[in-house]
Unconditional design. Structure first.
Length: 396
């Protein structure tokens, strides 16, 4: 790995809320919440009151009574993301998108024509502000992990460069939550033992971390605490899985209700797979219960497919095995995903062929939805039912 800090992590600030403030001058400088039932995004004026993404709308409004709640405009967010990624692409050809509002950029080969990585980061922030009208924070470091940490520390609307000789001095005083992969559960385990900073994690040693957190998590956090991250910036990295999920709230749902939700999720996922030319073998069903515990069930198909009916049958089988658990513990979220993705043009056709095994119906429905919108054709069981929001995302 290069000894120079050449990786940029660029992350738009409070993305959805910033787009709303950009497009509506009345919202600038005021606390803004995007989404009513669940907070999809909050401006920094709302965040200082304790509002956080994924928080319930009622709790958010109680924390910030002055907040202005706006409905999401996903088409506006997609357009803004596309414009920002055009700026990224004009900055360097080595761009690895993480989501619609953040990316890694490798700028190590541009010094002679564009200046230092810090110079490039300054111009990148200026170009995004002038051409797209949005604030963006940038971290510059030698590794992807540290660049992402730096951009988080720089927020909002900031720039932070971590020199190679100051990496651990910068990293070790930070709270353990800054480590990639440390969520509330892992953070609680560490804090219960007095491990509150990254430096304490580093001094604990790999064996102790493995004993506390397990082999994978222990080794992962030990490496990050010493800034060991050899991953390069990867261009055109393709997804390993595709999925969709829907929150159900705390009201009881009948098996018919849950089946209708699952069918809609499978329709959404398989259409994305076909549009991206992907097929998958592993079908996953993800469940969240009333007590916030989770469960995952999976099934591996004999061959990779993007056939809606085949994947739906597999998901329904998984759902049937989980039904006693659902009835006992309640269900607040259901998700469907397909993994082990291959390029669909390399998929071997299977015998026997019957009226349901081909993709003619899927192709016809995709063509109608592409032309007239995703709501043009739907299953009868889904008529009048809320199908959830389709969040904007990077191309598959």
């Amino acid at each position: 790995m290069s000894g120079e800090a050449t990786i940029l992590h660029a992350d738009l600030d409070a993305f959805y809320a910033s787009v709303e403030q950009r497009d509506n001058p009345r919202l600038r400088g005021r606390p803004v919440i995007v989404g009513g039932g669940v907070v999809l995004a909050a401006s920094y004026e709302a965040k200082v009151c304790g509002v956080r993404t994924a928080m319930g709308g009622r709790q958010a409004r109680s924390l910030c009574p002055r907040a202005i709640v706006v409905e999401p405009r996903f088409s506006a967010y997609s357009a803004a993301s596309k414009a920002v990624f055009e700026v990224f692409a004009q900055t360097t050809p080595l761009v690895e998108g993480l989501s619609i509002d953040e990316a890694f950029l490798e700028v190590g080969g541009l010094r002679r024509i564009c200046g230092t990585p810090a110079d490039i980061a300054v111009r990148l922030r200026r170009d995004v502000r002038e051409r797209v009208g949005l604030p963006i924070s940038v971290g510059v470091a030698r590794t992807k992990f540290l660049a992402k940490v730096a951009s988080g520390v720089a927020k909002p609307d900031g720039l932070l460069v971590v020199p190679p000789d100051r990496e651990l001095a910068f990293l070790h005083p930070l709270p353990v939550e800054r480590l990639w992969g440390v969520g509330p559960v892992t953070a609680a385990k560490l804090r219960d033992r007095g491990i509150v900073t990254v430096g304490r994690v580093a001094r604990l040693g790999e064996a102790a971390l493995v004993s506390l957190l397990g082999v994978a998590a222990g080794r992962h956090l030990h490496a990050l605490a010493h800034n060991h991250d050899p991953r390069p910036v990867r261009v055109d990295r393709r997804r390993g899985s595709m999925g969709a999920q829907m929150a159900l709230g705390r009201s009881r749902r009948t098996p018919t209700d849950v089946d209708a939700v699952v069918a809609g999720l499978v329709d959404r996922v398989t259409r994305r797979m076909r549009a991206a030319g992907r097929a998958g073998r592993t079908v996953l069903l993800r469940l969240r219960f009333d007590d916030f515990s989770r469960a995952t069930r999976s099934h591996t198909l004999p061959a990779a497919t993007a056939h809606t009916r085949t994947i739906l049958c597999a998901v329904r089988g998984l759902l049937a095995t989980a039904r006693p658990m659902i009835e006992h513990r309640g269900l607040t979220l259901v998700g469907v995903a397909v993994g082990n993705l291959d390029r669909s043009r390399f998929v071997q056709l299977e015998l026997p062929f019957d009226s349901y095994s081909g993709d003619d119906l899927d192709s016809a429905l995709d063509a109608v939805k592409d032309r007239f919108g995703s709501a043009a054709v739907t299953r009868a069981v889904q008529l009048g039912r809320y199908q959830g929001m389709t969040m904007p995302m990077l191309p598959d």
